[in-house]
Design a protein around this ligand. Structure first.
Ligand SMILES: Cc1cc2nc3c(=O)[nH]c(=O)nc-3n(C[C@H](O)[C@H](O)[C@H](O)COP(=O)(O)OP(=O)(O)OC[C@H]3O[C@@H](n4cnc5c(N)ncnc54)[C@H](O)[C@@H]3O)c2cc1C
Length: 310
């Protein structure tokens, strides 16, 4: 059974990257409607307006949110500008509608794959518009880590609202962490989602969990702003113990989970008085996002089937 799920998940990973399959699905009304039902569990919507409705609901219940317009590896300057304009629109809407929300983005969505300078110009525009709204840079594949680190460190000298994501599974993160902690911006700790070349990352398991908690201990004990971005119940509970132990101010940390994944755990932390945040992605690229959610946790194929049937 486990093998079958693994075969299915590997097939999905391949299908997700296949442009022909994607185009076919997005153009076929029946396939589109069917798969969109499964995607709805994980996305804020296809556009910002739909997503904001969900953010407003979450805010009413005391849940902070982060918003990402999905996309990565933008190939043309024009597309990078379009993505930048959409992030600027998010910043404006957060301000206009007084949402308790922040922004998240992939630097390769706003031009990093084209040029570092273009990306920095676009990031500058977003940070300026966002002003007091936090802008968190996501962590991408290992081929981009150096450029992402450089851009964040340069940006954080100019903008107080910039934060960064650190992948606990990368061995290099031990060194990167020493640089990141010198900056004031929040450090969001994630386990890491991308496949890496052999020898660069710690596989899921005890060593990775201990490494994750090591970073967390360092951040909490030094009162450095952090985000505990995980769905792993054990890590969430260990983090809660440390927050209690260090009596960490609620401004300094947040538990953050992806919309649609183990959100009952996040709700439970919220009910117990911890600072919590839900991460919404939205956009037309939901097909890729759905494939990734299923591929990283193959049991989700059953949830998808049930969402489609119901
Ligand atoms: C807010 C946020 C931002 C992120 N940003 C980045 C980023 O910038 N770069 C990056 O590389 N990664 C990012 N990630 C993804 C992260 O690296 C992990 O791949 C992802 O969170 C799964 O790891 P985990 O910590 O939940 O632990 P895991 O050990 O993978 O999972 C622990 C448990 O969580 C549950 N779970 C995990 N994933 C799923 C799922 N898809 N469906 C259902 N249950 C699930 C299961 O119960 C599982 O046993 C982000 C994650 C979050 C929550």
């Amino acid at each position: 059974m486990e093998n079958l799920l693994l075969i299915g998940s590997n097939a999905l990973k391949k299908a997700a990257l296949n442009e022909n399959v994607k185009t076919h699905i997005l153009k076929d009304p029946v396939l589109y409607k069917t798969l969109k039902k499964a995607a709805d569990r994980y996305i804020g919507g296809e556009n910002l307006e739909e997503t904001i409705m969900k953010v407003i609901d979450q805010n009413k219940n005391g849940m902070k949110c982060s918003l990402e317009f999905m996309g990565e590896n933008t190939a043309t300057i024009q597309e990078a500008h379009q993505a930048t304009n959409e992030f600027i629109r998010i910043a404006k809407q957060i301000k206009n509608q007084n949402l308790n929300a922040t922004i998240s983005l992939d630097l390769s969505h706003i031009g990093l794959a084209i040029s570092k300078d273009l990306c920095f110009e676009n990031l500058t525009q977003i940070c300026k518009e966002a002003k007091n709204i936090e802008v968190t840079i996501s962590a991408e594949g290992t081929e981009k880590t150096d450029n992402v680190m450089d851009t964040y460190i340069k940006g954080s000298k100019q903008f107080d609202n910039l934060s960064i994501t650190l992948q606990a599974y990368l061995y290099r993160s031990k060194d990167d962490f020493k640089e990141l902690i010198k900056e004031k911006g929040r450090i969001r700790i994630v386990k890491g989602a991308f496949e890496t070349p052999e020898g660069l990352s710690i596989p899921r398991g005890k060593e990775l969990d201990e490494t994750y908690l090591y970073y967390l201990d360092e951040l909490l004990s030094k009162n450095h702003r952090c985000a505990i971005a995980t769905h792993h119940h054990f890590i969430q509970e260990e983090a809660a113990k440390r927050i209690d132990f260090y009596k960490t101010d609620s401004e300094l940390y947040e538990f953050e989970s992806l919309y649609g994944i183990e959100t009952d755990q996040l709700d439970n932390l919220k009910m117990r008085g911890y600072n919590t945040k839900l991460y919404f992605v939205y956009g037309a690229e939901w097909y890729l996002y759905l494939c990734n959610r299923i591929a990283e946790y193959p049991m989700n194929i059953f949830r998808a089937l049930s969402d489609i049937v119901n």
